[in-house]
Design a protein around this ligand. Structure first.
Ligand SMILES: Nc1ncnc2c1ncn2[C@@H]1O[C@H](COP(=O)(O)OP(=O)(O)OP(=O)(O)O)[C@@H](O)[C@H]1O
Length: 532
C-alpha cells in the first residue's frame, strides 16, 4: 500500500493561531481513567458527542516527541492508509474462505487532531485487555485451542500488512489487544468448536514503528523494536546511528521477515509463558538471537501430540537466521500448525523436508525462563536520543534456571488440566462455513465528516463545557522499562501520565454515561449539535 496515494496531510498544522479563533471545538468527551499508556502516550476511552460512538483516544505528548514529530506523522499516515484499505476490502465483499481475514485484525484509525499539548489519534476501541495479560494470567496458553488459532489470526494480520507493503516492526504480546469478549470458554465448548473464539477478537495495535517496505531504505536499517522480539537482521543494525552514512549503507536492509521472526517469539511465549531469547544481559540476548539459540524445553518437546510437534517446527522455521531463507507470512499459512484456518486447496506445499526439522539440542543455560516484564518498544533508539541499553530486556536473574523451570511446568500442568476438561464434540469445523459466524469483526460506519476533527487544531473552551473536570492526575505509570528510565532521569521525555490530556474534556465515569444518554436524547429529538 503506497502511502503516497493518500493525500499529504497538512497536519500537524503548526501555523494556526488559536488567539485568532483558528480552531475547532473538540468533538469528543473522554473518560478520565485510562486504558493504557506507553512511552509516548496515554490512551483513554472517548465518545464522539455527535454520533455517540465510543473510541480509544491516544494522546501523544508533543513535549515527549519534541523534534521527532515525523515519527507520529508516519504512524498517522500509515494508519490512514491501512484503515482505507480495510474499508475498501470489506466493502468490495470479496469472497474469502479463510477463517481469519487479516484486515479484520488490524487497528483502525477514525480521526486525528492536535491540541496545545497533544497529538491525538482516535482509533477503534479495544477495551478487553491485551495478550500479554492473558498469557501472564494463565501461565501459558493451550496449544491446540489457543496458541494455534491466535497464531493463525496474527499471521493473517501480518500477511495483510506485508501484502500491502507495510512492516509492523513491533509485534509483541503487549501490542495485541482484544476488541470485545464474545463468548465465555464454556460457550465455545458448547458450540462444539475446537478453538478459542477469542482469537476472532485479536487486534494488532501500535503502529508507532511500522513503516513502508517500499519507502526510504534507510528506515529499513533503523534499529527499532523490542529487544526480546527483534530478528538477527535488526541486531545487525545496532549502533548504526554512530556510523558514517557511507558505512551505514553497507549494512543490508531488512524486510517483512522481521515480523515473521517476532511472530515465532510470540507463539513461543504463548506456548511456554517465557521468552525464547531473554538472557541475563542485553549482549547475551543479542548473541542468542544472532545464533538462533533458543531454549527448547525437553519436557514440552517430548509431548508427541501432532499440535506440539507442528508448533516446534513452526517456531523453528520462524527462527531461521537467514532472512532470505525464512518462510514468508503467505508460506506459513500452509504450515500444518495453522493451515486448517486458511484455504490452501491445490496450493503447493512450500516446506519440503524442513517440515520435519526441529531444534536438535537444548541450548545453553544463559536463557532467562522467568515471566517477562511488560516491555516498551525501543523506538529508533538513536533517533530518540536514548542509550541502547535502555531496552526492554528482562532483568530477572535471581532464581536458578531449574527453579524457574519447575515453576513454569507447574503452571503449565495446571493450565492444561483446566482447559482439557470439556470434551470436544466435533473436532472439525469447516472454515468456509464457520468463519463469518464466529468472526467478531464488523465494519463500523465511518462517522460523518462534520462529526470529525480531520486533523484540525482544537482548543476546547473549558468554560463552555458542561462536563469538564479540572485536569486530572492520572493513574500510576505502568512499570515498563522505559517508564523506569524516564523516572530515573535517563530520558528528558516528559511523562504524560502525570498530566491531563490538555483537552479539558475529561469526565468521570458517571459524567461520561450522562453525556452518552444526554447526547442520545438531544441528537434524537432535535438533531442539534452538542455544545460544550
Ligand atoms: N485502541 C485501543 N483500545 C484500548 N486500549 C488501547 C488501544 N490502543 C492502545 N491501548 C492501550 O494503551 C497502551 C499504549 O498504547 P500504544 O502501545 O499504542 O502506545 P505507545 O506509546 O506507542 O507504546 P509503546 O511504549 O509500547 O511504544 C497499550 O499497551 C494498550 O494497553
Amino acid at each position: 500500500m503506497s502511502t503516497a496515494s493518500v493525500a499529504e496531510a497538512s497536519w500537524p498544522q503548526g501555523s494556526v493561531n488559536p488567539d485568532a479563533g483558528d480552531v475547532s471545538r473538540c468533538k469528543y468527551v473522554i473518560k478520565d481513567s485510562q486504558l493504557g499508556d506507553g512511552y509516548f502516550s496515554v490512551v483513554k476511552e472517548c465518545m464522539n458527542v455527535y454520533t455517540r460512538d465510543r473510541f480509544a483516544m491516544k494522546l501523544i505528548s508533543k513535549k515527549t516527541v519534541e523534534g521527532k514529530l515525523w515519527l507520529i506523522q508516519r504512524e498517522v499516515k500509515l494508519l490512514k492508509a491501512v484503515s482505507a484499505k480495510i474499508r475498501e476490502l470489506e466493502q468490495s465483499q470479496a469472497a474469502c474462505k479463510d477463517t481469519f481475514e487479516g484486515h479484520h485484525h488490524v487497528l483502525q484509525l477514525f480521526d486525528y487532531f492536535e491540541t496545545n499539548q497533544n497529538i491525538v489519534l482516535v482509533t477503534q476501541l479495544c477495551s478487553h485487555g491485551d495478550l500479554y495479560e492473558k498469557i501472564i494470567e494463565a501461565g501459558s496458553l493451550d496449544v491446540s485451542k489457543q496458541v494455534k488459532s491466535y497464531t493463525a489470526c496474527l499471521l493473517s494480520a501480518i500477511d495483510f500488512l506485508h501484502e500491502n507493503g507495510v512492516v509492523h516492526r513491533d509485534l509483541k504480546a503487549e501490542n495485541v489487544l482484544f476488541r470485545c469478549r464474545v463468548t465465555e470458554l464454556s460457550e465455545y465448548s458448547r458450540r462444539g468448536s475446537h478453538y478459542d473464539h477469542h482469537a476472532h477478537d485479536l487486534i494488532l495495535a501500535d503502529f508507532g514503528l511500522a513503516t513502508n517496505l517500499n519507502g526510504n531504505e534507510n528506515e529499513l536499517r533503523e534499529c527499532v523494536g523490542t529487544v526480546s522480539y527483534i530478528a538477527p537482521e535488526v541486531v545487525r543494525c545496532y549502533g548504526i546511528s554512530r556510523l558514517a552514512p557511507s558505512e551505514a549503507k553497507t549494512i543490508p536492509t531488512y524486510g517483512a521477515a522481521i515480523d515473521v521472526w517476532a511472530l515465532g517469539v510470540l507463539a513461543y511465549f504463548m506456548m511456554t509463558g517465557y521468552m525464547p531469547f531473554d538472557c541475563e544481559t542485553d549482549a547475551e540476548t543479542k548473541k542468542c538471537i544472532s545464533e538462533g539459540d533458543y531454549y527448547v524445553d525437553e519436557e514440552l518437546k517430548s509431548d508427541k501430540s501432532l499440535d506440539s510437534k507442528h508448533f516446534w517446527n513452526f517456531v523453528h522455521l520462524c527462527f531461521t537466521i537467514d532472512a532470505s531463507d525464512r518462510p514468508r507470512s503467505q508460506d506459513l499459512k500452509k504450515h500444518p500448525f495453522v493451515q486448517e484456518f486458511f484455504f490452501t486447496e491445490n496450493q503447493p506445499e512450500p516446506f519440503g523436508d524442513r517440515i520435519a526439522l526441529v531444534k536438535s539440542t537444548s541450548s545453553s543455560s544463559l536463557h532467562n525462563l522467568g515471566t517477562p516484564s511488560r516491555s516498551s518498544s525501543s523506538s529508533s533508539l538513536a533517533a530518540l536520543g536514548r542509550s541502547e541499553n535502555g531496552s526492554s530486556l528482562n532483568l530477572i536473574n535471581i532464581e536458578s534456571r531449574d527453579a524457574k523451570l519447575d515453576r513454569v511446568r507447574e503452571t503449565l500442568k495446571k493450565t492444561l488440566s483446566m482447559t482439557s476438561i470439556a470434551p470436544l464434540r466435533n473436532n472439525y469445523v469447516d472454515p468456509a462455513t464457520q468463519n463469518k459466524k464466529n468472526s467478531t469483526f464488523k465494519l463500523e460506519p465511518m462517522p460523518p465528516s462534520n462529526s470529525l476533527m480531520n486533523g484540525c487544531f482544537s482548543l476546547t473552551p473549558e468554560s463552555k463545557s458542561n462536563f469538564t473536570t479540572s485536569p486530572v492526575v492520572s493513574r500510576t505509570h505502568s512499570s515498563t522499562e522505559m517508564g523506569r528510565i524516564m523516572s530515573t532521569g535517563e530520558s528528558n521525555g516528559t511523562s504524560l501520565t502525570r498530566q491531563s490530556s490538555g483537552l479539558g474534556n475529561e469526565v468521570t465515569e458517571d459524567e461520561y454515561s450522562k453525556v452518552a444518554s444526554t447526547t442520545q436524547r438531544s441528537s434524537r429529538k432535535t438533531g442539534a449539535q452538542f455544545d460544550f
